[in-house]
Design a protein around this ligand. Structure first.
Ligand SMILES: [Zn+2]
Length: 407
């Protein structure tokens, strides 16, 4: 007997009335009139069934800490977190992390990658809390933990290096940072590649998150990726500076990114709020060249980045909400483009963070979302309900209580 049978679903490729059977957490069969009984049944009634959302770039240690007075720029937001880091304790980190993870699951995200700051002020408290949350939410929201280091210093300090090694020994899944924030960018990148290589972990770096025309860190990361044989295991985030450089520089950089097998994660909702703060009139938006990257065959995903903190006071840990913001700013509005946006928050995100057994296909892990729409365009434009969220073959969330407008 199957564990779960989903009847009469519509898939993203336009196939209608598909049945999906699930056993031992994996998709056993998908097709018309799949036979067999199941312990649990979900009648999709023609609604759209997609693989669960993946929020591939968040900051759980910062989430839900929005300062009352707001901030004026990326630099001020970084300072704000740095200042309050000394007072952030484990209990606070766990409590806020739980709230975000529950909210994410409610909105159909079953896999999340979080960057967690390692610094002399915060120590390893953020990492320890995130690793505890990874255990606690196993089977609900799979969490990947990236130990993130950054600073204005010309290179990582000795105490910071010790903390980063310890973060990896404790079990962090990868290394990250924001090397463009330092004049010694190359030394930070060199260190991160060396340490990641030593522990065999993935690399996920904030790159050129600046209004200035700059691809310095992205180009260097691409070169180091090739040099270290790290193709397919490196993600570069933001890449705002790529939007501001001239066309020839952009073309050269994008070719290097493609050759290095780097995935790009764009974070439009956060950058729209943070970037171009000194501009008046035509305010720069800080969103990278997604169309050109995709045209060159680079894997591009979107993610939510900051959720109600100094970097961005908005966000509901809702990848469908982020899809709407992404589609709007990228001017992707046709049915085909909106399907592409949904794929950026699902399949492309899976490729970026190295998931093999993902998708609505036989043998894949049964992480699925049933949306109250028949097409990706309808789901994004209507901001529809995630009727049912399935994690590892089990119904994890039901949001199908109808609400009627009376007048
Ligand atoms: Zn970030």
């Amino acid at each position: 007997m199957n564990d779960l049978l989903i009847r009469r679903a519509r898939l993203m490729d336009g196939q209608g009335s598909v049945d999906v059977s699930i056993k031992d957490g994996r998709i056993l069969a998908a097709g018309n009139n799949v036979a067999g009984s199941a312990r649990q049944m979900v009648d999709a009634s023609g609604r759209l069934l997609i693989p669960a959302f993946i929020d591939a770039h968040t900051h759980l240690d910062k989430a839900l800490t929005a300062p009352e007075g707001g901030v004026g720029s990326l630099e001020e937001a970084i300072e704000d977190f740095q200042r309050r880091s000394k007072d952030i304790d484990r209990g606070d980190l766990l409590e806020r992390g739980r709230r975000v993870l529950r909210l994410a699951l409610r909105h159909g995200t079953t896999i999340m990658r979080t960057h967690i700051t390692v610094s002399e002020n915060l120590g390893l408290r953020g990492i320890e809390a995130a690793l505890e949350l990874r255990e606690e939410f196993a089977g609900k929201v799979d969490l990947q933990v990236i130990a993130m280091c950054s600073g204005p210093e010309p290179e990582p300090t000795a105490p910071l290096k010790e903390l980063l090694e310890e973060a990896l020994r404790l079990g962090a899944d990868g290394l990250g940072g924001a090397p463009h924030l330092s004049e010694g960018m190359k030394l930070w990148v060199d260190y991160i590649f060396a340490l990641a290589g030593k522990y065999g972990v993935v690399i996920d770096l904030h790159a050129d998150e600046t209004d200035s025309p700059s691809v310095a860190s992205l180009e260097y990361i691409a070169a180091k990726t090739l040099e270290n044989g790290y193709q397919g295991r490196v993600v570069a985030d933001h890449c705002c500076g790529l939007a501001a450089v001239d066309a020839a520089t952009a073309e050269r950089t994008i070719a290097a990114v493609k050759e290095a097998g780097i995935s790009i994660i764009t974070l439009p909702s956060c950058n729209l709020y943070l970037m171009g703060r000194q501009d008046q009139g035509l305010v720069r938006r800080g969103v990278t060249r997604v169309r050109e990257l995709q045209a060159a065959g680079v894997n591009v995903a979107y993610a939510s980045d900051n959720i109600r903190d100094a970097f961005r006071p908005f966000g509901n840990a809702d990848m469908l909400e982020e899809a709407l913001i992404t589609a709007q700013v990228l001017q992707m509005g046709t049915s085909a483009e909106l399907e592409q946006v949904i794929k950026m928050g699902t399949y492309n995100a899976a490729a970026a963070i190295g998931l093999q057994d993902y998708g609505v296909r036989v043998g894949a892990r049964a992480d699925l979302v049933l949306l109250d729409a028949t097409t990706p365009a309808g789901a994004i434009i209507g901001q529809v309900e995630k009727v049912c969220v399935i994690k590892g073959g089990r119904v994890a969330v039901r949001n199908d209580k109808k609400s009627d407008i009376i007048i």
